[in-house]
Design a protein around this ligand. Structure first.
Ligand SMILES: NC(=O)c1ccc[n+]([C@@H]2O[C@H](COP(=O)([O-])OP(=O)(O)OC[C@H]3O[C@@H](n4cnc5c(N)ncnc54)[C@H](OP(=O)(O)O)[C@@H]3O)[C@@H](O)[C@H]2O)c1
Length: 318
């Protein structure tokens, strides 16, 4: 289920990011994979990316590259727009020329957070920050290109590697006795591994269609899908779960996790108070569901323990 047939040529972009690294781990040796990092495929240069696609003509493009620095984007809107919208548009246009499938990722931050209850794919968008606006522009440009595409909106991504809330909390937890964490923003932490696996499941379901009856024309399954872990929490709830589940990774510290309102933690970019997404469309269309975020967190923590044991075999783990 996790592999594509050998005949599929897969181009992975952003291969060193959280999601890109998980795709590499899943796909290396299992399909004809070209995995390019930022050094090899720079998204601020759309023409360079066009050339890569023209040369390779991949069956599937997995675009895991993105400008994800939400606060920094406020002061670099042009670069964020190039990486999150202009180059994904170029990818979609090139793929549409020969019938390639573009798999792209977007964000819960396309919403303004004002809804009570979980967001549906066709709810009105209203991003509060530059990052969300550029990701939304990317979604629209990909759809306008008219080719086959899957856009998976995900949220609060974490992994045992890369830059993310889980690793930041573990570092701060080792340094401090008290952490103040925002408790009035609701969302679903989602592991990069769960996203990569779910993507492969969807592609497995589509395999016949990519070759068969729908190969020639943009099809009914192209479009936007929500793809986040099950359940929901706040940043405070996520932080508390990390501290509870990682006591052995905190070098003996047991920091207090104190809830605060977002107003007490001002950031350059505004964030939605509710960005919980409804994943029903993904389940109905493809029969795919992601695990609960607590389960995904547990799996990442197991990996962190294994990584630590490898680095330092003398460490006692439980
Ligand atoms: N992270 C989240 O919390 C979150 C939430 C919702 C949605 N998403 C979406 O999920 C997808 C995967 O995100 P992620 O968490 O895996 O992000 P990530 O860990 O930040 O990885 C993004 C990758 O894009 C690369 N990149 C950045 N600027 C680039 C440029 N100018 N040219 C080429 N590559 C560039 C980065 O390279 P370097 O490492 O070299 O900078 C990195 O490898 C993205 O579409 C993101 O918008 C993420």
């Amino acid at each position: 289920m996790n592999s594509l047939p050998a005949a599929d040529r897969v181009l992975l972009l952003g291969a060193n990011g959280q999601l890109g690294s998980e795709f590499r781990a899943l796909l290396e040796g299992r399909c004809e994979l070209t995995a390019l990092t930022r050094a090899e495929a720079e998204f601020s240069q759309p023409e360079q990316i066009r050339r890569v696609v023209r040369e390779l003509r991949p069956t599937v493009i997995l675009n895991a590259a993105a400008y994800t620095a939400v606060d920094k984007a406020e002061s670099e809107p042009e670069l964020a727009a190039l990486v999150n919208a202009a180059t994904p548009a170029a990818l979609a246009e090139e793929a549409a020329r020969y019938g390639g499938l573009l798999v792209h990722y977007s964000t819960d931050y396309v919403f303004d957070g004002a809804k009570t209850g979980a967001w549906l794919e066709d709810d009105a968008t209203g991003p509060l920050n530059v990052y969300g606006r550029t990701k939304l522009a990317g979604e629209r440009a990909i759809a306008e290109a008219g080719g086959r595409h899957l856009i998976f909106r995900t949220s609060w991504v974490f992994a045992p590697h890369g830059k993310n809330f889980l690793l930041t909390m573990l570092r701060l937890g080792r340094e401090r006795d008290r952490l103040t964490i925002v408790a009035d923003q609701h969302g679903a932490p989602t592991s990069a591994r769960a996203i990569a696996r779910a993507t492969m499941e969807v592609l497995g379901k589509l395999r016949g269609k990519l070759r068969g009856e729908e190969a020639a024309s943009p099809s009914s399954w192209s479009g936007v899908y929500h793809m986040s872990c099950a359940g929901e929490t706040t940043w405070h709830g996520f932080a508390q779960a990390i501290m509870d589940g990682c006591a052995d990774l905190l070098d003996g510290k047991r920091p207090e996790v104190v809830p605060i309102p977002g107003a007490q933690y001002p950031t350059p970019a505004r964030r939605p108070t509710n960005s919980v997404m409804d994943n029903g469309k993904l389940l109905r269309r493809f029969g795919v569901a992601l695990p609960h975020w607590r389960e995904a967190l547990g799996e990442a923590v197991v990996q962190l323990r294994q990584d630590r044991l490898q680095r330092d075999p003398g460490t006692v783990s439980r």
